[in-house]
Design a protein around this ligand. Structure first.
Ligand code: FAD
Ligand code: DHB
Length: 389
């Protein structure tokens, strides 16, 4: 097979890049290790920044999002039960949209199926070859047969555990990492959300987040130790722990039920540099991971894609390599700002076993400062709704 851009991974990054290229008349094949149903079955991010909302619109797939997504003008932060609402609209005139990653992926897959663009699912053992020269190629196996794709560029959109970053020669990459000593235990339940907006709660028992997917489906998280096993958490134990971390009024309003998904996600900050090796680009989670506290993972993946998509369109349309040459430096600037914000939100809201009473006093002071300072609130709002640059 021959294509212009071979995309590895059919997560939101790979599918969105495919969509941008398709609309510009650039040929791309997406290779995905799993099945489409498996990709859709993963419950992940829930909040879209304004830039991601705009990108969905620009590529012509925003219709269902505007119909079913929930526009949120603010969030609640609480510290040991003391609540404070941040009104994004009032602070900076911006908002976010609650629209799950599953829905974004669904919309992108539907659009791709309708256009007939090629996606190869269940593609095993992908090997990225010769991307340091003019003629990169990918070999993979499907149904026991080895296939080859020849291409101009490879976009590595295959997530943190993918093959793209692992294909870069040792020594060519520098990595920066922080692993947190806790994870998030998440539960999805078909019950109305406890509140109209998200609640991020710091409590001495640990962090808790009340989120949602729709007016009838809620998503809740509690901080748990890194080594925790999901089997140790019955639904009842989860609801008791969540209630204990919320203020009493919120806890009393919580509508519990049988969980329809329950899983633990580890928390990590990670960046690889640079993000281009000859004709291979690293994009999204393949290049960087943020702890989920700022709701940045999916949004950051989409902002990488916007930059790379425009650079490839420029390359094919104007025969200019300026965009692809600048890709790594351009996206790393934004990546590090999102890393900083996600680290900061994580530091404010979680209980860190090693920092003790001093650390908690500092966290309380940070919260009190935020509550008393419009400037600090504007900074949080600007980062949460998505930096413009
Ligand atoms: P992915 O979504 O990981 O997609 C990569 C794709 O590549 C996958 O479909 C994978 O199967 C495929 N792939 C991997 N290896 C290969 C290979 N060798 N060959 C072919 N295909 C391959 N973010 C938030 O903002 N909020 C959250 O609550 C949140 N929760 C998360 C929970 C978990 C468990 C994880 C892992 C992430 C979570 N994130 C969250 C982060 C967010 O979901 C990611 O940032 C987002 O999915 C990144 O999109 P992506 O397309 O770059 O990568
Ligand atoms: C969700 C996840 C997040 O990490 C976050 O900050 C907000 C919402 C969610 O899954 O709904």
């Amino acid at each position: 097979m021959r294509t212009q851009v071979a995309i590895v991974g059919a997560g939101p990054a790979g599918l969105m890049l495919g969509r941008i290229l398709e609309r510009a008349g650039i040929d791309a094949i997406i290779l995905e290790r799993r099945s489409a149903d498996y990709v859709l079955g993963r419950v992940r991010a829930g909040v879209l920044e304004q830039g991601s909302i705009e990108l969905m619109d620009e590529v012509g797939i925003g219709q269902r999002m505007h119909h079913e997504g929930l526009v949120h003008h603010g969030v609640e932060l609480s510290f040991d039960g003391d609540p404070h609402r941040l009104d994004f609209q009032h602070l900076i005139g911006r908002h976010v949209m609650v629209y799950g990653q599953t829905q974004v992926t669904h919309d992108l897959m539907d659009a791709r199926a309708a256009s007939g663009a090629q996606t190869v699912y269940a593609a095993e053992d992908a090997r990225l070859l010769d991307f340091d020269g003019e003629h990169p190629r990918i070999e993979y196996r499907k149904d026991g047969v080895t296939h080859r794709i020849e291409c101009d560029f490879i976009a590595g959109c295959d997530g943190y555990h993918g093959i793209s970053r692992a294909s870069v020669p040792l020594g060519a990459l520098e990595t920066f990492e922080r692993v947190y000593p806790f994870g998030w235990l998440g539960v999805l339940v078909d019950r109305p959300p406890v509140a109209e907006e998200l609640i991020y709660a710091h409590h001495e028992r640990g962090f808790a987040l009340c989120s949602m997917r729709s007016p009838t489906r809620s998503r809740y998280y509690v901080q748990v130790p890194a080594a925790e096993r999901v089997e140790a958490w019955s639904d009842d134990r989860f609801w008791d722990e969540l209630r204990a971390r919320l203020n009493p009024q919120t806890a009393a309003a919580l509508r519990t039920g049988v969980s329809i998904e329950k899983s633990i996600a580890p928390l990590r900050s990670f960046v690889a540099e640079p993000l281009r090796f000859g004709r291979l680009f690293l994009v999204g989670d393949a290049a960087h991971i943020v702890p989920p506290t700022g709701a940045k993972g999916l949004n950051l993946a989409l902002s990488d894609v916007r930059v790379l998509g425009a650079a490839l369109v420029e390359f094919y349309g104007e025969r200019s390599a300026a965009g692809i040459d600048a890709y790594s430096a351009t996206v790393l600037k934004r990546i590090w700002k999102a890393e900083r914000f996600s680290w900061w939100m994580t530091s404010l809201l979680h209980v860190f076993p090693e920092t003790g009473a001093f650390g908690r006093r500092i966290q309380r002071a940070e919260f009190d400062y935020l509550v008393g300072s419009r400037v600090a609130q504007q900074s949080l709002a600007e980062n949460y709704t998505g930096l413009l640059d």
